[in-house]
Design a protein around this ligand. Sequence first.
Ligand SMILES: Nc1ncnc2c1ncn2[C@@H]1O[C@H](COP(=O)(O)OP(=O)(O)O)[C@@H](O)[C@H]1O
Ligand SMILES: O=C(CO)[C@@H](O)[C@@H](O)COP(=O)(O)O
Length: 544
Amino acid sequence: MTCFIGVDVGTGSARAGVFDLEGTLLASRKHDIQMWRALGNIAEQSSDDIWQAVCSCVRGAISDAGISPQEVRGIGFDAACSLVALDGDMRPLSVSASGDVARNVIVWMDQRATDQAARINAKEYPVLEFVGGAISPEMQTPKLLWLRENMPESFAAAGQFFDLVDYLTWAATGSLARSCCTVTCKWTYLAHEDRWDNSYFEEIGLRELASENFSRIGTEIVPPGSALAQGLSHGAAAQMGLLAGIPVAAGLIDAHAGGIGTVGADPERGPEATMAYVFGTSACTMSTSPEAHRVPGVWGPYYSAMVPGMWLSEGGQSAAGEAIAHLVTVHPASAEAEAAARAEGLSLQTYLLRQVDRRVSEKSEVALLAGARVVVPDFLGNRAPFADPGATGAILGLTLSADFEDLLATYVAAVLGVGYGLRQIMQAQGQHGVRPSTIVVSGGAGESDTIKQLLADSSGFPVLSTRSAEPVLLGAAMLGAVAAGAYPTIQSAMSAMSSVKARFDPSSAEILALHQKRFEAFEMLQKADQTVRQAMVALPKGSV
Ligand SMILES: Nc1ncnc2c1ncn2[C@@H]1O[C@H](COP(=O)(O)OP(=O)(O)O)[C@@H](O)[C@H]1O
Ligand SMILES: O=C(CO)[C@@H](O)[C@@H](O)COP(=O)(O)O
């Protein structure tokens, strides 16, 4: 048999899947990864912990698939866009105020660099035109500047700074090559001109990186799917239970792997008409077009960062699945629901979804269970379309009810809030020429048909699901298949390995009218958040 392995490292877990040449999933494994959180939206991880989780998943998936290591012909990686620091001997280098060497990863959602991002955005650097008009504190150059300013010894001692997926491919092969996807989307590399912008680094305060010719952040920039070095190293092969020398592909950011794993599923429409919605801890909208579109607040346009040769516009919601998880966990009925979920061997969210399904005859009627509760899930700021990292979450329609039905109302309202955020991004993109006609969903929070119907109704766009239950992992495996030469291009792997399974059209006019009203309430509440925050800034320090 000819098999490919896809590895996906999200915010909360690492997963590995074994796929055949047609993209059928033979087996997968998941392993949670550790995260340290602290006040001020600090979020740190350990690259060693992540690597161990990856190796354990790969070993487990091969064993579950019942295949021999000889049958694995290629391996591809994707990961959330966290920043990894290694010292001159390529060992973990702490990025943490705790000094703990294990904490050498600044997670993408960490907002320590908010001031640095604001200072960068106060000037009109040309590179900002290729990140939606404003750099986000989630991206790497503000984070590097934070390190330079707050931990100068660590900054100086660093041997390499990697985006997480480039770290993983280095750990697998020893190659220091960076994927064009990571450096373009998160590090301000200008892929359409094949260059870094020296003056940007010199002016923002990262002069050293430019004067060393970018040797610590990437000098060899390669397309995703390129075969790296001599393939899997002996050391990595032993840890994964694979053969040394298997082709290893340059990787993708996780959202982009979700895009590759889904947007080719409908070959008649093509990637341009189909937008990927990758709904996990965060949510990302991935739209491609042959020409560059500048959409304020939507990241990009990024050249060749997802589908080769196409421009990418990337909208996002920093807290999506995470916002839903947060709200249901803090609800008074959560302990009771957790216990019931545990008894059925389900996660709390899956249990709630099953309970919701039991209460309606049509999926679209689930929206009625939210009653007058409206949620704005901007708990980690608003990534798109407002590029406002200071935005906060809001909830309307609270009463003294604290029972299970009230928890279900909060759950449904939170899912719909994510859907209305998606609708706002679609509207903003549409005004600037990015107009996909359907949305294809991937990610752990978007797996169920009920959620897909709610997304179709709340956004107003038809939603597709793919045959693969694990499209993000599939996207990573496609990279492995391309690196192995099983497919000549990513596009050919996309159309051969994925296909559409089902379509969810927006529901009846009556249901859509309900969503229109709820969307208007959502926007009112979001506006109130902006107004209140502006008022708070005017108050004397310490009074709030
Ligand atoms: N039924 C559900 N309803 C809502 N959210 C869900 C559901 N199932 C999982 N999630 C959310 O999906 C997220 C995990 O998705 P996943 O794609 O694995 O994330 P990541 O790749 O970011 O680690 C979590 O935030 C979890 O709370
Ligand atoms: O920022 C990006 C994509 O650009 C993601 O890596 C980030 O949102 C994290 O994604 P997940 O929520 O872990 O799937």
